[in-house]
Ligand binder design. Structure first.
Ligand SMILES: [Zn+2]
Length: 287
């Protein structure tokens, strides 16, 4: 698991930047500082990737944005603030073969009773992830460069002349918040992406989303049925990866086949929980 939250001792230069945001002049001993990887330009589970230019713009947008801790109601307020952010190259490559760039932010929070717990959890490495949410203007097909709305004929995840088809996320225009995540997610940082809707494409987008949610629900059902059929072990990553690549027809075929093998009455409790988080608005996708 990548360590995304890294504490560091604040220097004089940083304290000056931080004090531009603070109401009263803060001293180094009054604040806790850490760096955090917010996101990168690699392909996520929605087959979407920020471009490097988007990361640079996000670095700008995220400056001054406050973070919350969403699992502690008592401290559900603004507890940390990003005071600078930058895009850094890494030694890794993206799935599509380019240098992986990361959006690294630097944040501070006051040392007090309400932040004491969080600080000790960051220091001990228990708390190491954040999720961010932002608004994106354009989704572009990586193969033909058109706005991706499902009509250009290119299939996400498929290779065309050796080039991987995915959605490029261009022109982020807003950053809402970022929050500490208590439960470790699969990836380093989760991103909730909210897209600006083009009214001409609304109907297509709506249908795409319905398909997306239906497909995710099918994935969930097939994974659980696979488990119940002893086809996989709990948390079998290979099986889940395979299921992730299937289209709706293939998933339905798998589901039918698995269901035939089981007494349907026993299935119901296991199928209650969908694969994707349905509490999200239609336009939100969670990694
Ligand atoms: Zn295309």
């Amino acid at each position: 698991m990548t360590q995304c939250l890294t504490p560091f001792e604040v220097g004089q230069q940083d304290i000056e930047i931080i004090n531009r945001y603070a109401r009263k002049k803060l001293k180094p001993e009054e604040i806790y500082t850490f760096s955090v990887i917010l996101c990168d330009n690699d392909i996520d589970r929605d087959c979407e990737a920020f471009t490097k230019e988007s990361l640079v713009k996000l670095a700008d947008i995220f400056q001054g944005v406050t973070g919350i801790f969403d699992h502690e109601i008592s401290s559900k307020n603004q507890i940390a603030r990003i005071y600078k952010a930058t895009v850094i190259p890494s030694n890794e490559k993206t799935l599509y073969g380019d240098v992986k760039y990361k959006l690294k932010a630097f944040a501070y929070m006051p040392k007090n009773d309400s932040t004491k717990n969080i600080i000790s959890r960051i220091d001990s490495g228990i708390l190491k992830e954040v999720s961010v949410s932002c608004r994106i203007q354009n989704k572009i097909c990586s193969i033909c460069g058109k706005i991706y709305d499902g009509t250009c004929g290119h299939n996400l995840g498929k290779k065309y002349d050796g080039k991987y088809c995915y959605i490029k996320l261009e022109n982020p225009i807003d950053a809402f918040e970022w929050s500490f995540v208590a439960v470790p997610a699969q990836r380093c940082a989760g991103v909730v992406k909210n897209f600006v809707q083009n009214s001409a494409n609304n109907e297509i987008n709506r249908q795409n989303k319905m398909g997306f949610y239906y497909q995710n629900r099918l994935k969930s059902q097939v994974v659980k049925l696979g488990f119940l059929n002893n086809f996989m072990q709990d948390n079998d990553a290979t099986f889940k990866n395979l299921i992730n690549k299937l289209n709706i027809d293939e998933l339905e075929a798998f589901k039918d086949e698995f269901e035939k093998k089981l007494d349907r009455k026993n299935l119901i409790p296991y199928l209650a929980q969908p694969y994707c988080n349905e509490k999200n608005e239609n336009s939100d996708f969670i990694i």
